[in-house]
Design a protein around this ligand. Structure first.
Ligand code: OGA
Ligand code: MN
Length: 203
């Protein structure tokens, strides 16, 4: 185990987990240092500029398709990235707090070019329920109200009722229950970078 290599602010993480426990989602700003996030932002931009990202798809297996009107981002799946030190620590902390039996995580960079968004959805494909907790780390140093691109969370009991809108500003970190919260990404008019992933209960 290499838990002490994780750069995250543990006190802020535990505060976010308390919020997650009481309301099913949380918004935090101080879990990751901003200069660390700026490094991730650069990495995401470089991967996109180098043509290393793939068009995102919706569904899986035979029903998998690229529908850029529904979901317009490009993604790059991470494999053994140093950020995983943080996710290892979080997985353990989540399991200690919630008894979710989380076993693994998956994560990708996402790049939404101008005009892209992601329509309202839940984070599990039909028939699948292994994604338990969604996390989002936003990576945009300059973000203005007119850029749009906000995350919109909806009420699990009343999916037409909005809970909040969150701008994807550098260092903002969101957690929510993947199986409960419908959410969408409003169309943005600027490039929009994030690091997104899921904690899962399957192996
Ligand atoms: C997703 C997603 C939200 C965001 O990738 O499934 O909902 O704010 N992303 O980037
Ligand atoms: Mn989603």
């Amino acid at each position: 185990m290499s838990l002490n290599k994780s750069i995250l602010n543990k006190q802020s993480l535990f505060a976010a987990l308390d919020e997650l426990a009481t309301q099913g989602w949380s918004e935090a700003h101080e879990i990751f240092p901003l200069d660390y996030c700026a490094g991730l932002a650069q990495e995401c931009q470089k991967l996109h500029a180098a043509g290393k990202m793939d068009k995102s798809a919706i569904g899986r297996g035979i029903s998998k398709s690229i529908e850029s009107k529904i979901r317009g981002d490009d993604i790059f799946w991470l494999d053994n990235h140093p950020f995983f030190e943080n996710l290892d620590f979080m997985l353990q902390a989540l399991n200690e707090s919630f008894f979710l039996g989380l076993k693994q995580f998956e994560a990708h960079f996402a790049f939404y070019p101008p005009g892209a968004g992601y329509e309202k959805h839940l984070d599990n494909s039909r028939g699948q329920n292994n994604r338990k907790i969604t996390f989002l780390l936003y990576l945009n140093e300059i973000w203005q109200e007119t850029d749009g691109g906000k995350l919109v969370l909806y009420n699990p009991q009343e999916p037409t009722k909005m809970i909040c809108k969150i701008a994807p500003k550098l260092g903002t970190f969101i957690l929510f229950r993947s199986d409960l919260f419908p959410h969408e990404v409003e169309k943005s008019s600027a490039n929009r970078c994030s690091l997104t992933g899921w904690f899962r209960d399957d192996k």
